[in-house]
Design a protein around this ligand. Structure first.
Ligand code: DGL
Length: 277
């Protein structure tokens, strides 16, 4: 008899983590997944370290409460500002649970794509300020020159469906070109915010064709697959009915409509309240 009831949890401040979940599901279709978007409190990118940590830990505890033994923090801002404390301090009280982020898997592979050794990171203000990409990439590819540019308007533009307007496109283009101005030798750019693949076509249309754009979905999917191969005790706890469940702190109607608009999929999410919301 199979008594396992542990979906893999995915968390993001909003819709961005769905881009990662989508690629993970393609690579690991057998598992159950539960997605939590904290849309009511997005964006996280301009919030303080303490607040991002508090919100992130609340959402992870919610996913633990719903049976998840493994949670993927599919948010760079949370991975940058909260993950280390959660892994090193909070998880001591949850010995059978694991929480993984999205920055390290990206840092582990970025050097494989660059010929010039000049790479760029586009991310939220919080991720850029944390210097997490610089610190992580240094561990794996010390020869790389890493240039970062913060795009504080992009997540609000995407969450509020304003990215496709003339003004929205203008802001996005300005940020992309600013990164290239810092170093014209950049040949590889990481979309260091999981929302950004949602506007990847437009970003690509601005960039010279010789620049490789890395979005994190396929990278995190490959890294998770390898992690599970090395952690069979955890795999034994994961449920495999191919179920999906979506949770949002915003209105579920708004969430469902935006998921359809952004990803072209029909879902029925559940509205939840987290603590003070
Ligand atoms: N998707 C989140 C990230 O990867 C966006 C954070 C925000 O809400 O600003 O950083």
């Amino acid at each position: 008899m199979c008594s396992r009831k542990s979906p893999i949890g995915f968390f993001d401040s909003g819709y961005g983590g769905l881009t990662v979940l989508s690629d993970v599901r393609k690579m690991l279709p057998e598992y159950d997944y539960v997605y939590l978007g904290d849309n009511a409190r997005a964006p996280y990118g301009t919030r303080s370290f303490e607040v991002v940590y508090e919100y992130t830990w609340e959402c992870i505890k919610e996913l633990f409460h719903r049976g998840c033994d493994l949670v993927i923090v599919a948010c760079n801002t949370s991975s940058a500002k909260a993950l280390r404390t959660i892994q090193q301090v909070n998880l001591i009280e949850y010995p059978g649970k694991r929480v993984l982020g999205v920055i390290r898997p990206s840092a582990e592979v970025i050097g494989n794509y660059s010929k010039t050794n000049h790479v760029g990171i586009l991310a939220t203000e919080g991720t850029v300020r944390s210097n997490s990409y610089l610190l992580e990439i240094e561990k794996f590819f010390p020869e790389l020159y890493v240039y970062q540019h913060a795009c504080p308007l992009w997540v609000p533009l995407i969450e509020n469906n304003e990215y496709d307007s003339k003004e929205g496109r203008g802001f996005i283009k300005k940020d992309v070109l600013k990164l290239l101005e810092i170093s014209p030798s950049i040949d590889t750019i990481v979309l260091g915010c999981t929302h950004y693949p949602l506007i990847q076509d437009y970003i690509e249309s601005i960039l010279p064709k010789n620049i490789t754009i890395l979005s994190q979905g396929p990278i995190v999917a490959a890294s998770l697959k390898s992690y599970l191969l090395r952690h069979t005790w955890l795999v034994k706890k994961l449920s495999t009915q191919q179920n999906m469940h979506f949770l949002t702190t915003e209105s579920s109607q708004v969430f469902d409509a935006n998921v359809k608009r952004l990803l072209g999929i029909e879902i029925q999410s559940e509205h939840i309240k987290i603590n003070t919301i």
